[in-house]
Design a protein around this ligand. Structure first.
Ligand code: MLT
Length: 325
């Protein structure tokens, strides 16, 4: 009797979930960006969600909830209802680096989220203000080592991609501790770099390409195997003599854990259609963002990349000795 009641309950639950997925989405969807407007996470979220909205037949509203290197908003989304109406544009910082830096992070990337897929892969560059003393990566490293008290490095807060990748850059090149200025995103950080308020930073290409091309900041090196087609004059870190510093970021759509499989599949399909759309892909590639391949844009592909980068970053980040309680 008890067994029959349980089976009946489970079947009703399953049917309810199936109906929910079938009718999804019935109202606008919120896509949380855990950083300020105008930065790479925000720009990629807006480009991709515009096309996804068309496929899904509902508006996707991008909401910027910046703070604590993206970890505050990420924790908030982890605790939201897994109904497909609250999503997050997670990224390598919040979902691979932050666990190695925060002692009591309020979420576990792999356990608390349902992956949808990667929306954009973002080569990292080292950039300096346009009248900075150094004109090459080597000159920047030498200058910062000789003048550690005089230099300010911008980032988007502890755990962000800009913060994390510059830890790697500094540890590989032997740069000592310097003054860091944390912003709510690299959108506002870049504004200050252009204005000459800070000296340099490590950031994703999406934000930087137009400003480097316009000569508003100096692109010293790109941390990828090959030069970017949108920045043909910027040497790779290997060409600059520091080939050990190679890294790209990524931005990816996720939902709170427990998202029904049918909704996950609809979102993954909409993401795939957005990235397969020529005009949408061009908006991303014009900014140097690499369009994820067929595997990377799937839930399984995202889960694999998240696991890979969490492992990759754990050693160097823990070795940096930076821990936030
Ligand atoms: C980061 O450093 O993680 C990002 O650039 C943040 C942002 O999108 O502003």
């Amino acid at each position: 009797m008890l067994r029959r009641t349980f089976i009946g309950f489970a079947a009703a639950l399953l049917m309810g979930t199936a109906a929910m997925a079938q009718n999804y989405p019935e109202k606008p969807i919120t896509l949380v960006v855990a950083f300020a407007a105008g930065g790479p996470t925000d720009v990629i979220a807006r480009i991709v969600s515009e096309h996804m909205s068309k496929t899904l037949g509902q508006q996707i509203v991008v909401e910027n909830l910046a703070g604590a290197g993206g970890t505050t908003a990420t924790a908030k989304v982890a605790g939201a209802a897994p109904d497909g109406y609250t999503l997050i544009m997670g990224q390598m910082g919040t979902h691979a680096a932050a666990p190695s830096l925060y002692e009591s992070l309020k979420y576990k990337p792999a356990e608390d989220f349902t992956p949808v897929g990667i929306a954009g892969i973002t080569p990292i560059l080292v950039v300096a203000k346009k009248d900075f003393q150094a004109n090459t990566l080597g000159e920047l490293i030498d200058y910062v080592k000789a003048n550690p008290d005089k230099v300010n490095q911008a980032n988007a807060g502890v755990g962000s991609i800009s913060f994390t990748t510059c830890i790697l850059f500094k540890s590989i090149t032997g740069i000592p501790k310097i003054n860091e200025v944390a912003y709510k995103g690299t959108g506002p950080a870049l504004n200050d770099l252009v204005a000459g308020q800070v000296d340099f930073m490590c950031d994703q290409i999406t934000n930087l390409a137009p400003q480097i091309t316009a000569g508003n900041v100096k692109g010293l090196a790109i941390a990828t195997v090959e030069r970017s087609p949108v920045l043909p004059d910027v040497p790779t870190t290997k060409e600059a003599g520091f080939g050990d510093f190679q890294i790209s970021g990524w931005n990816a759509i996720m939902a709170p854990k427990g998202l029904p499989a049918g909704i996950q599949a609809k979102l993954a399909d909409a993401l795939n259609k957005a990235l397969s759309d020529e005009a949408t892909a061009k908006k991303l590639t014009d900014l140097g963002t690499v369009v994820p391949n067929a595997e990377e844009r799937t839930p399984a592909g995202l889960a694999a990349v998240m696991e890979r980068d969490s492992k990759l970053l754990e050693g160097p980040l823990k070795a940096s000795g930076i821990t936030i309680k």
